[in-house]
Structure formats: structure tokens, C-alpha cells
Ligand binder design. Sequence first.
Ligand code: ZN
Length: 179
Amino acid sequence: MEQVFAPWRIDWVERDDEGDIEGCVFCELPAREDDRENLVVARSDHAFVMFNNYPYNPGHAMVIPREHTGDYRDLSEEVLLDHARLKQRTFDALETALSPTGFNAGLNLGDGAGGSIDDHLHTHVVPRWEGDTNFMPVVSDTKVIVEAVDETYDRVREAFAEQEGAAVPDDERAIRFQF
Ligand SMILES: [Zn+2]
């Protein structure tokens, strides 16, 4: 039987260093200083972009409002627009850095949707390549995965940095936008 890759089923994968986080990872990690360590690659006034460390797909990004809510209808117009603009920038950066031939993008909302974190909204943006279900199982070695995530971070951060209006801080910090 052909194996179907269903990127909308991929959710947040817990990291080894999450033991010291009390409460919500999507509130905690962006509040910390070390963006590179936490794979936070870009920030706007009300949202941020973070990579998922799902081993089979290092280009898998999440665009996340800073506001802690699991209900999309709670977001104000200002936050919605800011989050949407950052999402547009994310498509651009991933396209420049990784040359995908498509994207899957979306939210898992509510228990029935199968997400692991349902109290803080996060939009998945998954770059796709024709035939990517075939090469993904090749990347199963942990060392290779870690290197791939780091390399992806650098390439995508650079692509964000080249965008109009980008503020570029030191290497440890995310690229900053004000829309
Ligand atoms: Zn939260």
C-alpha cells in the first residue's frame, strides 16, 4: 500500500529541554532570550515563527500569535492582520531558502483535529516537494536531523533578513518585522 504523507497531522513534537518549562511552550519559548536555541526565526509585534523539530521535515515552520488562546475567533483584527502578514513573509522566506514546489498550511483546532497543543493557536506551514514522501524516510539519523534543522534555520533566517523592512539583530536573535 502506498504511504500517504499527511502534513496536517504533524503537530508539535516535544523537545528534550522542555522539562524545565512550566505551562505553555508557545508562551514560554518566545519569552526567552535565546531565539536560535529555541528555533524562533522571525518575530513581529504580535506573532513569531518557530521551526518544529519534527525529524522528517526540518522546513516545517509554525506561525504563532503571542496571545495565549486556542480559539481563532478570539483574535483581534490587529493580531489577525499581523499574524497573516508574518505568514506571507514565511511563505516567501521558505520559498527563497528551500525552493519547495508547494505548501500545506493550516490550523489544528479542537480535540477532534488531533493536535497535541490545543490551547495556543499555531499555524503549520509545511513546504512540499514533488515526491517528498520518498526521500523523507532517508533522514532518520539523529545527527543528520539536528544538522538539517540548524542548516534550515540559518538559510531561512537569511531569507527573512533579505526581506523589505527586516531588522537584523545579532546571530542569536530572530529577524524582526514591524508591519
Ligand atoms: Zn500559550
